[in-house]
Design a protein around this ligand. Structure first.
Ligand code: ADP
Ligand code: ADP
Length: 235
C-alpha cells in the first residue's frame, strides 16, 4: 500500500503577507520506493518533508502516513538533514543510540534490555559508514563529514521503515558524498525502507532514486513525476 499519501495539500504561512509554500499537491509513495524531490530553493521540498514527519500541519488537504493521519510517534521514521545535528554533550555512541531510547518499539525495552546488545548494534552501524572505533569521540572531535556519517547512523539505527532525508549529502566533499551514496544504496537494497530524499543534485537523484519529482516555486508544486528509466542495481 501507500506509505505516504498527500491529497490536494495546500500549505500557507503568515498573516497579512501570505506565502503559499505548497499548492494543490498530491503525492503517493508506495512501500519500498526511493523517491527524490528536486527543485529550486523555496519550492516547498522541506515543507513536504515536514508534513510527512508530522511537524507541520497542512492548511488544506490530507496527509496520510502508513495509512493513518500522520503521527510521527507511530510511524517508524528516520531523519537526516544537511547539517549534522548531533548533541554536543553526548559522544557519538550515545548520539547514535538516541532513537533507540525514544522510538517505539525500542523505547520500552531500552532499560530492560542489555545495553551491550545495543552497543554492538551501534558499533556495527558505525562500521558500515567507516566510523568503526569512533563511538567514544565527541562530535567536536570529528570532521564535518564524519559528523554527517554519524548523523546517518542515527537516522538508520532503529531500522526505520520510512527515511526522510533533507540534503544529507549536500555539504560533503565529492569523494565522501559518492561513498555515502553507495552506502545508502546498499542499505536500501538490504532493508528496503521507503525513502524520500530532498536534493539539489540531479546526479545524486538519478543515482539513488527510482522516481524523481521535480518541483517549481511560487507557488510550490510538483510539475513532473517520473520513473528513472536507466538501469540501477535492484534486488
Ligand atoms: P525548499 O525546501 O524547497 O527550499 P521550503 O519548503 O523550505 O522550500 O519553503 C517553501 C516556501 O515557504 C518558501 O517560500 C519559504 O520561504 C516559505 N516558508 C517556509 N517555512 C516558512 C515559515 N515558517 N514561515 C513563512 N514562510 C515559510
Ligand atoms: P542487523 O542485521 O541486526 O540489522 P546490521 O549489521 O545489518 O545488523 O545493522 C546493524 C545496524 O546498523 C542496524 O540498526 C542497521 O539499520 C544499521 N545499518 C545497516 N546498514 C547500515 C548502513 N549501510 N549504514 C549505517 N547503518 C546501517
Amino acid at each position: 500500500g501507500n506509505v505516504i499519501d498527500l491529497e490536494k495539500v495546500r500549505v500557507t504561512f503568515g498573516g497579512k503577507n501570505k506565502v503559499t509554500a505548497l499548492s494543490e499537491t498530491s503525492l503517493r509513495i508506495s512501500h519500498g520506493e526511493f523517491v527524490a524531490l528536486v527543485g529550486p530553493s523555496g519550492c516547498g521540498k522541506s515543507t513536504i518533508l515536514k508534513l510527512v514527519a508530522g511537524t507541520l500541519a497542512a492548511t488544506e488537504g490530507n496527509v496520510f502516513v502508513a495509512g493513518r493521519e500522520v503521527d510521527a510517534e507511530s510511524a517508524r521514521i528516520g531523519m537526516a538533514f544537511q547539517n549534522p545535528t548531533l548533541l554536543p554533550w553526548l559522544n557519538v555512541r550515545d548520539n547514535v543510540m538516541m532513537p533507540l531510547k525514544i522510538v517505539p518499539p525500542f523505547k520500552k525495552e531500552f532499560s530492560r534490555k542489555k545495553r551491550g546488545e545495543y552497543r554492538d548494534r551501534v558499533e556495527a552501524s558505525l562500521a558500515r559508514v567507516g566510523l568503526a572505533g569512533f563511538g567514544d569521540k565527541f562530535p567536536w572531535q570529528l570532521s564535518g563529514g564524519m559528523q554527517q556519517r554519524a548523523s546517518l547512523c542515527r537516522a538508520l539505527i532503529h531500522d526505520p521503515t520510512l527515511l526522510l532525508l533533507d540534503e544529507p549529502f549536500g555539504a560533503l566533499d565529492q569523494f565522501t558524498r559518492e561513498e555515502l551514496w553507495e552506502i545508502m544504496q546498499q542499505l536500501w537494497i538490504e532493508k528496503r525502507p521507503t525513502v524520500l530524499l530532498v536534493t539539489h543534485d540531479l546526479k545524486e537523484a538519478a543515482y539513488l532514486a527510482g522516481r524523481i519529482c521535480v518541483m517549481q516555486a511560487r507557488p510550490g508544486r510538483i510539475v513532473d513525476d517520473s520513473e528513472v528509466p536507466f538501469a540501477r542495481p535492484r534486488t
